[in-house]
Ligand binder design. Structure first.
Ligand code: FMN
Length: 162
């Protein structure tokens, strides 16, 4: 039996920078800051005009976004953990706060500001989202976490088994 092994590289989100995007009411991106572009692996001009789900990671359960949209449409603020997909298929975790931009008393856009997530919380949320997805989709996916210093051993195992 042949085993395939995909590696998805995590990008760490900096502590001291804001990751900002704005969308119209349909979720199309109208603005991203430089930090957002850098972390997602795109250039800002590649993102403007695209639906925000261009960075949707397949590990995110549908229900998380359903809650988010329901709250935004009621004018409420949604806060939560999001795993995002980079252009190079790597990923990054953020704690996101999404809300409505009000100008002259009227809602004009949606915006999101994000901050980094601790390693413990990422693992907890990955497990939770795996469970939620399994319930939504009726199947389970196994995710293996490998610490950087264990990679060398894995690489050696691969060489040895050839
Ligand atoms: C202001 C704002 C920011 C958003 N940011 C993200 C994000 O960072 N990652 C993401 O996957 N979806 C984000 N979304 C939700 C997407 O629009 C979309 O609903 C989600 O990716 C799920 O894709 P789907 O609606 O095609 O199922 C955001 C939406 C809004 C309004």
């Amino acid at each position: 039996m042949e085993t395939t092994f995909d590696m998805f590289i995590e990008t760490e989100v900096p502590e001291d920078e804001l990751i900002v995007s704005r969308t119209d009411f349909s979720g199309k991106i109208t603005y991203v800051n430089e930090t957002f572009a850098e972390i997602s692996g795109y250039r800002p001009e590649e993102l403007i005009g695209k639906p925000h789900n261009v960075i949707r990671h397949p590990d995110m359960p549908k229900s998380a976004f359903a809650d988010m949209w329901a709250m935004l449409k009621r004018g409420e603020v949604w806060e939560g953990y999001v795993k995002n997909l980079r252009k190079d298929k790597g990923y990054y975790w953020v704690y996101a706060r999404m809300s409505t931009v009000i100008k002259d008393g009227k809602p004009v856009e949606y915006k999101s500001v994000r901050e980094p997530v601790s390693r413990e919380k990422k693992i907890e949320m990955q497990n939770l989202y795996d469970k939620m997805r399994a319930e939504e989709e009726g199947h389970t996916r196994v995710v293996l976490y490998v610490k950087n210093d264990a990679l060398e051993t894995l690489e050696k195992m691969e060489v040895d088994s050839q």
